[in-house]
Design a protein. Structure first.
Length: 178
């Protein structure tokens, strides 16, 4: 991940991460079983990132245009603060979250991959596009991950934010001890 000084300074202020689901939390594939059940695949390192984020005091919000019980399950497994599904206007969700948590836009990172994410990305303090995002989302971002959606991109971003805030040693204490 190529990090600018601007992105580093922005990351220091982050308190809340808004994460798109399809294409960011997952690799974007939507698989249907023969009985019509929807299947998604999640990256274990991204799951660890959610644990680390919580330990660092960061809130994580999932926001997606689709509706899926699998997303609810993943959120519950990782104590995600809130889940917004069936969303057409992610920037409006951002606006509501700013009010609810009394945050400024500079304190929110938005992780996206497609056109529907751009308005919210532009209104957030740290806009992040995953490596396999559409070119327009990359252009709207302050940071582009080296990993693709569903392939550890969230872990990459969470590690970056925690390290930029000087919390890495505190958050990972216990993992290195023998």
């Amino acid at each position: 991940m190529d990090v600018s000084q601007d992105a580093l300074e922005r990351a220091k202020k982050i308190k809340l991460l808004m994460v798109d689901v399809d294409g960011v939390l997952t690799d974007g594939r939507i698989i249907f079983s023969s009985n019509g059940e929807e299947l998604k695949s999640f990256n274990a390192q991204d799951g660890c990132a959610m644990v680390l984020a919580r330990r660092a005091g960061l809130k994580i919000i999932f926001v997606t245009g689709r509706n899926s019980s699998i997303v609810e399950r993943r959120a519950k497994e990782h104590n995600v603060t809130q889940v917004f599904q069936g969303v057409d206007d992610k920037a409006d969700v951002l606006k509501k979250l700013l009010k609810k948590y009394q945050l400024s836009p500079k304190e929110v990172a938005f992780l996206g991959d497609d056109l529907v994410d751009i308005a919210a990305m532009r209104k957030s303090g740290l806009a992040v596009a995953v490596a396999d995002a559409v070119p327009e989302a990359k252009e709207a971002s302050h940071l582009v991950t080296s990993r693709g959606g569903g392939k550890g991109a969230i872990r990459e971003v969470v590690d970056f934010i925690i390290k930029s805030q000087g919390k890495w040693q505190e958050v990972t204490r216990g993992y290195y001890e023998v």
